[in-house]
Design a protein around this ligand. Structure first.
Ligand SMILES: [Zn+2]
Length: 235
């Protein structure tokens, strides 16, 4: 069974305070401790997020007691290990959770605009398929709290830079002489382009971090260090 945890300000994390923790020792710190007690996982893996499109796979052979969370750069994680929570930290960027119930494979991605337009969602699905044998038709996709199109304003150089990008042209919306980016829709379009069915997308956890009270928001809270944690784990 899979459990997704969508964090908000009540479980906010300042990643700068983490230090040299491992996937196992992180569970001695709040709020991972509380999460661990609630969800029952034995390790929590999150990487040093760099707005890239590289990922990290956790397999039964991975030594979680040695895996330093802040030293490995990655923006998506995939595993088929039970009781290992995969987590991303965001404040306006989009957390995306992927679940293949049939093969019992889970993944999570940190998708800001940069990772999004560089197709991190597709790369996550490819890792599930190449490394763990997931079939595209069995993957479900859950979008979490992020800056939504109501508030995610972008400047003209951004939209001009993406003038040749067909997904961007469908995800940029003009309103009152301003341009807004629908980051969720862009990710959805890239996944559909690789053959993921439009019916598998779940938007229930989507809230706009900028205009919904209770979420950490980089734009809405003056460049805050605090992050919402999203995690997914297998029992
Ligand atoms: Zn909003």
């Amino acid at each position: 069974m899979e459990t997704i945890f969508w964090g908000d300000r009540t479980s906010a994390i300042d990643p700068e305070t983490l230090g040299d923790v491992t996937a196992e020792t992180v569970l001695m710190q709040e709020p991972y401790k509380t999460l661990q007690e609630r969800l029952g996982f034995k390790a929590c893996v999150m990487m040093h997020q760099v707005h890239g499109t590289n990922g990290y796979c956790i397999k039964p052979s991975t030594d979680l007691s040695q895996l330093l969370l802040r030293s490995q750069e990655a923006d998506f994680l995939v595993t088929d290990c039970k009781q290992v929570a995969l987590a991303v930290l965001t404040a306006d960027c989009l957390p995306i959770v992927f679940i293949d119930k049939k093969k019992q494979v889970i993944a999570i991605a940190h998708a800001g605009w940069k990772g999004t337009v560089n197709k991190i969602a597709q790369k996550t699905v490819m890792a599930m398929s190449d490394q763990f044998g997931s079939e595209l038709s069995n993957i479900k996709v859950f979008f979490g709290p992020s800056a939504l199109v109501c508030c995610y304003e972008v400047q003209q150089p951004f939209s001009l830079a993406l003038a040749q990008d067909p997904f961007a042209q469908k995800s940029l919306i003009e309103r009152n002489h301003k341009i807004y980016f629908d980051v969720t829709y862009y990710n959805q379009l890239t996944l559909q382009a690789m053959g993921i069915s439009p019916e598998v997308f779940n938007f229930q956890a989507q809230r706009c971090t900028i205009c919904t009270p209770g979420y950490c928001s980089y734009r809405g809270q003056n460049g805050t260090q605090l992050r919402n944690i999203t995690s997914v784990s297998l029992k």
